[in-house]
Design a binder for this molecule. Structure first.
Ligand code: FNR
Length: 351
C-alpha cells in the first residue's frame, strides 16, 4: 500500500471502533452555541458536513458552569445541552461519521466576572497578565488553589460529563489536558506549586490527570477515552520548566497501563523542537514514552502526515484549520484537489 492509501484506509482504533481513515478533525472552538451553551442546528450542519473524517473531535465543551470563560462555547452538563449534542451526533452518524466529545475546564484562564465574583480555580494561586480573550477591558488576574474536596469534585464532574457524552450519542470522549487549561495547570511546574498529594513531584503532579482518566474510564469504558496533552504547549501564559518533561514522561508511562483509545498532541506547529523536551517535537517526545495509538497535530499537510505515519512517527493525524476552510477536506485529499487556505475571517460563520 502506498503512503497516501495508508492515510485514507481504515484504522482499528479500539476493539469497538474502526475509523474509515486516519485523518481526524481536530477540536476547534467556534463560539456558536446559544447563550445557555446549547449546541445549535448550525453546529449540527457544520459537523455533519465533515463526517468523512475518520473521527471528529468536538470543539472544547465545558463540563460545568465555571469551566468556561469564552462566550457561546457549548456545555455538556444540562439536559438541553445533551439533547442538542444528540441532534449533532445523530447527523454525524447518519453520514457515516464517528465523534468524540472534548471535555474542558479552563481553570485559571477565567475571570471573576464570569463566575459570580469568585476567583478562578487552579492547581495553585497564580497571576495571569493577559487581557481576557474576546473582551475589551478585562484582565485575567489571580487564581486560587483548589482544595482537596474540590479536586475530588472536579474529577467526579469529568466522569459525569463523560457519561453525559454517552447519553448524547458520542462514540467516546477526549479529555482536554492541553493548551494551559486546568489539567495542564497541574502538569506544569509554572502553575503547580502544591505541596500535597497533587504537587511537588512528577508522580503527584500527574495524579489529577491520572485520576480523571481513571474516573472517565471506569464510567464509560477505557476504550472510549482519549486524552490531549501538550507537554510544551506554552499557551495561556504557561512558562517552560525543564522539570516538566519528567512529569509528562511519568504520566505517559502510566497511561501505557490503561487501555485507553489514544493520546493526542495538542499543538499548533508540530515541527518545533523544544529544549525542555530534550530537543524533540511534542509528538516525538510522546512517541518515546507512550506505546498506544498516538495522534499528531499541528501544521500537517496530507503529504507530511502520510510520510510520518509511513515512518511510524505516529499513527493518526488531526487536522484543524484546513477543516474549517474545507468541509470536504477528505474528498479534496482523495482526489488531489486544491485545498482552500484558512483565514481567521472564516471563524465568523459556520459553513
Ligand atoms: C483550536 N485548537 C483547539 N484545541 C483544542 O484542544 N480544543 C479546542 O477547542 C481548540 N479550538 C481551536 C479553535 C481554533 C479556531 C483554532 C485555529 C485552533 C487547536 C487545534 O485543535 C489544533 O491543534 C491547531 O489548529 C493546529 O492544527 P492545524 O490547524 O495546524 O491543523
Amino acid at each position: 500500500m502506498n503512503l497516501a492509501d495508508t492515510l485514507l484506509s481504515p484504522y482499528q482504533l479500539t476493539y469497538e471502533l474502526t475509523l474509515k481513515n486516519r485523518i481526524i478533525m481536530a477540536p476547534l472552538t467556534r463560539n456558536k452555541a446559544d447563550n445557555d451553551l446549547n449546541p445549535t442546528q448550525a453546529m449540527a450542519d457544520y459537523y455533519a458536513k465533515r463526517a468523512d473524517a475518520g473521527l471528529i473531535i468536538s470543539e472544547a465543551t465545558v463540563i460545568r458552569p465555571d469551566a468556561k470563560s469564552y462566550s457561546n462555547v457549548p456545555g455538556i452538563y444540562t439536559t438541553a445541552q445533551i439533547d442538542g449534542w444528540k441532534r449533532i451526533t445523530d447527523k454525524v452518524h447518519a453520514n457515516g461519521g464517528k465523534m468524540f466529545s472534548q471535555l474542558w475546564h479552563v481553570g485559571r484562564v477565567n475571570h471573576p466576572s464570569f463566575i459570580n465574583g469568585e476567583l478562578p480555580i487552579s492547581a495553585s494561586e497564580t497571576i495571569m497578565q493577559d487581557r481576557v480573550k474576546r473582551s475589551e477591558d478585562l484582565f485575567y488576574g489571580k487564581s486560587r488553589a483548589a482544595t482537596l474536596i474540590e479536586i475530588k469534585e472536579l474529577i467526579a464532574n469529568y466522569a459525569t460529563a463523560a457519561q453525559n457524552a454517552m447519553k448524547a450519542g458520542f462514540d467516546g470522549v477526549e479529555i482536554h489536558g492541553a493548551n494551559g487549561y486546568l489539567i495542564d495547570q497541574f502538569l506544569h511546574y509554572h502553575t503547580n506549586h502544591r505541596t500535597d498529594e497533587y504537587g511537588g513531584s512528577p508522580e503527584n503532579m500527574a495524579q489529577f490527570a491520572l485520576e480523571i482518566v481513571k474516573a472517565c474510564g471506569e464510567a464509560i469504558g477505557y476504550h472510549r477515552v482519549g486524552i490531549r496533552l501538550s507537554p510544551a504547549g506554552y499557551l495561556n501564559e504557561l512558562v517552560a520548566d525543564k522539570r516538566d518533561a519528567v512529569v509528562f514522561q511519568y504520566f505517559l508511562e502510566q497511561l501505557n497501563n490503561l487501555p485507553i483509545a489514544y493520546v493526542h498532541t495538542g499543538n499548533f506547529d508540530d515541527g518545533v523542537k523544544f529544549e525542555a523536551l530534550h530537543n524533540k517535537t511534542m509528538t516525538e517526545f510522546m512517541r518515546a514514552f507512550y506505546k498506544g495509538n498516538l495522534i499528531a497535530c499541528g501544521g500537517y499537510t496530507f503529504e507530511k502526515a502520510a510520510a510520518d505515519i509511513g515512518n511510524h512517527n505516529f499513527d493518526l493525524v488531526a487536522i484543524g484549520r484546513p477543516f474549517i476552510a474545507n468541509p470536504d477536506l477528505i474528498s479534496r485529499f482523495k482526489n488531489k484537489l486544491q485545498i482552500q487556505e484558512y483565514s481567521v475571517a472564516m471563524l465568523e460563520t459556520l459553513v
